[in-house]
Ligand binder design. Structure first.
Ligand code: SAM
Ligand code: DTB
Ligand code: SF4
Length: 332
């Protein structure tokens, strides 16, 4: 494949820039995965530089606003009520706690504050309380993101009107492998929620997890689904599975880290304008591996010592890494 094969001359419909494609075949994506590593990274990095500042990385901070006792059976997740994990269930946090945490994150250089709840879907009074959290965090001058599970008609509009910038809802894996990972909601349920978010005009944050025992073809299928959405997600989190004791995925074969880098590079080529987030799993990654991920196209991380329920490199480790690589935090 030539270095410019990823750029088509066909214009796309909708608001997206000319040149973005939404018609990737599985074979084309497989061919990208099979390129020699240096060719793949070169091609991805060229596109990354064309569309993004390669020396700037956006930092988001995560807060679990409602932890554990989730009804769903996502087999990677520490928060499902079905698995006996280290996680203690907690009630929805109060508004004051959320505001204090967002102010801390802002002080530490995060430009986006992401609130996650272990729900199948947000309902009633709980939904209203999250809407108030979004309004308050937006009022602090930060970008807002929530991940609350499946949305019903009308909820995305309410969140948008409160100041929501991004809704995170992952497809997690390929359509073919999905049933091996989750049985309590379908792949189509996820696409329906993404469509509600998109049509409300809220930015879509959607990606998945690698290292769950999926094949390369599944990784290609996940990226194909994302790239062939009517508009590419503005933000694409790529998580390396954090193996949590007690979950069915605990003890899975580890993914070759270079395959993780390849997946970022292929995502970069398929969705050149999207921000790719190097999400869960950084705690177990070397500096060298993270550096390769940034070279391949990752432009965002979660900062802070904890993700939702698992550890993440803290601010100091990230500052050291950024200094070594000459990276600047966006907005710093
Ligand atoms: N309950 C909501 C939902 O599932 O949509 C929101 C929270 S859920 C924890 C958000 C995403 O985090 C999941 O879709 C999954 O992609 C990712 N995730 C959860 N546990 C993970 C783990 N152990 N390792 C890597 N990623 C994980
Ligand atoms: C996403 O794709 N990754 C984040 C965020 N969206 C909400 C969550 C990662 C969770 C990792 C496991 C944990 O800490 O519980
Ligand atoms: Fe619940 Fe979300 Fe975890 Fe699935 S990923 S078990 S929906 S918290």
């Amino acid at each position: 494949m030539q270095a410019n094969a990823a750029i088509s001359n066909n214009s796309t419909t909708g608001a997206e820039a000319v040149g973005l494609r939404h018609d990737w075949s599985r074979d084309e994506i497989r061919a990208l995965f099979e390129l020699p590593f240096n060719d793949l990274l070169f091609q991805a990095h060229l596109l990354h530089r064309r569309h993004h500042n390669p020396n700037e990385v956006q930092k988001s901070t995560l807060l679990s606003i409602k932890t554990g006792s989730c009804s769903e059976d996502c087999s990677y997740c520490s928060q499902s009520a079905r698995y006996d994990t280290h996680v203690e269930a907690e009630r929805l946090l109060g508004l004051d706690e959320v505001i204090a945490s967002a102010m801390d994150a802002r002080r530490n250089g995060a430009t986006r504050f992401c609130m996650g709840a272990a729900w199948r879907s947000p309902k009633g009074r709980n939904f209203d309380r999250v809407v108030e959290m979004v309004r308050a965090v937006k009022g602090l001058g930060m970008e807002t993101c929530v991940t609350l599970g499946m949305l019903e008609d009308g909820q995305a509009e309410i969140l948008r009107d409160a100041g929501l910038d991004y809704y995170n809802h992952n497809i997690d894996t390929s359509p073919e492998y999905y049933g091996e990972v989750i049985t309590t909601r379908t792949f189509q349920d996820r696409l329906d929620t993404l469509e509600r978010v998109r049509s409300a005009g809220v930015n879509v944050c959607c990606g998945g997890i690698l290292g769950m025992g999926e094949t390369r073809d599944d990784r290609a299928g996940m990226l194909q689904t994302l790239a062939n959405l009517e508009s590419h997600p503005e933000s694409v989190p790529l998580n390396m599975l954090v193996q949590v004791e007690g979950t069915p995925m605990f003890g899975s074969d580890e993914l070759d880290p270079l395959e993780f880098v390849r997946t970022i590079a292929v995502a970069r080529i398929l969705m050149p304008e999207s921000t790719l987030r190097l999400s869960a799993g950084r705690e177990a990654m070397s500096d060298e591996l993270q550096a390769l991920c940034f070279f391949a196209g990752a432009g965002s991380i979660f900062s802070g010592a904890e993700l939702l329920t698992t550890p993440n490199p803290g601010e100091d480790a990230d500052d050291t890494l950024f200094n070594k690589l000459g990276l600047a935090a966006e907005g710093a």
